[in-house]
Write a protein that binds this ligand. Structure first.
Ligand code: ZN
Ligand code: FE
Length: 241
């Protein structure tokens, strides 16, 4: 049975995710912008957090980690490279490490660019990847600590996952990302159709994530870049948009 994925809105525009294995009752929480909405989402389903997976050190992804860990006893897992600036970790991981959530296995991918220590978690059997601020819905994270070449390499790694992988990113930025995408790719029919769907979803206050990788490949301007140099050009345009 694949993991059941729940999207939990936090703060003003962040998302945390629950990944629940029904067979063993294990539940991973991916990023903890704040503890309360996550504890409420767990309680509503009668679930207990067994693991906390941290994607990167920014405060809007970790501020609630210690409170959630204290309330649930969950094991806290994050990048070894960022251990000095993450909440206390029970497990320090690097690319290639495997995290077992119940019956499922998550593979750690290094995806630097937004931050130097950013990691993603790919669960092949459940067809889901938690990418936070690396690959984002219709966009990618700003390059705070990495070069365009590093981010291009990170995105290329994610682009190589199976096309039906569900991409769980860290923010509700889709509408503004699509405005930029339309400015550089105005005649893309897949993008125009997605723009209409996103406008309708946002009008209802609905989340626009997660998104299948296939949709990102068809519409995300950063994944449609020709090469690293083209990616760098697009990223610089977006920073000024
Ligand atoms: Zn961030
Ligand atoms: Fe963020």
């Amino acid at each position: 049975m694949p993991l059941e994925i729940i999207t939990v809105p936090c703060l003003s525009d962040n998302y945390a995710y629950l990944a629940h294995d029904a067979a063993t009752e294990a539940t991973a929480v991916i990023d903890v912008p704040e503890a309360t909405p996550i504890l409420n989402a767990l309680r509503a389903r009668g679930w207990r957090a067994s693991h906390i997976l941290i994607t990167h050190h920014h405060d809007d992804h970790i501020a609630g980690v210690e409170a959630l860990a204290a309330a649930t006893g969950a094991r806290v897992i994050g990048a070894a490279a960022d251990a000095h600036r993450l909440p206390p970790l029970d497990d320090e991981v690097t690319e290639g490490d495997v995290i077992r959530i119940g019956m499922d296995e998550g593979h750690v991918l290094a995806v630097p660019g937004h931050t130097s220590g950013h990691i993603a978690f790919h669960f092949p059997a459940s067809n889901v990847a938690f990418t936070a601020d690396s690959l984002m819905s219709a966009g990618c994270g700003r390059l705070f600590e990495g070069t365009p070449g590093q981010m291009w390499e990170s995105l290329s790694k994610l682009m190589a996952l199976p096309a039906d992988t569900l991409i769980c990113s860290g923010h509700e930025y889709t509408a503004s990302n699509i405005r930029f995408a339309l400015s550089v790719d105005p005649d893309n029919p897949a993008l125009l159709a997605r723009a209409a769907r996103v406008t309708a979803a946002r009008a209802l206050g609905a989340a626009t994530v997660p998104v299948p990788l296939s949709e990102e490949l068809a519409t995300n301007p950063f994944l449609r870049a020709k090469d690293a140099a083209d990616f760098a050009r697009l990223r610089a345009l977006k920073d000024r948009f």
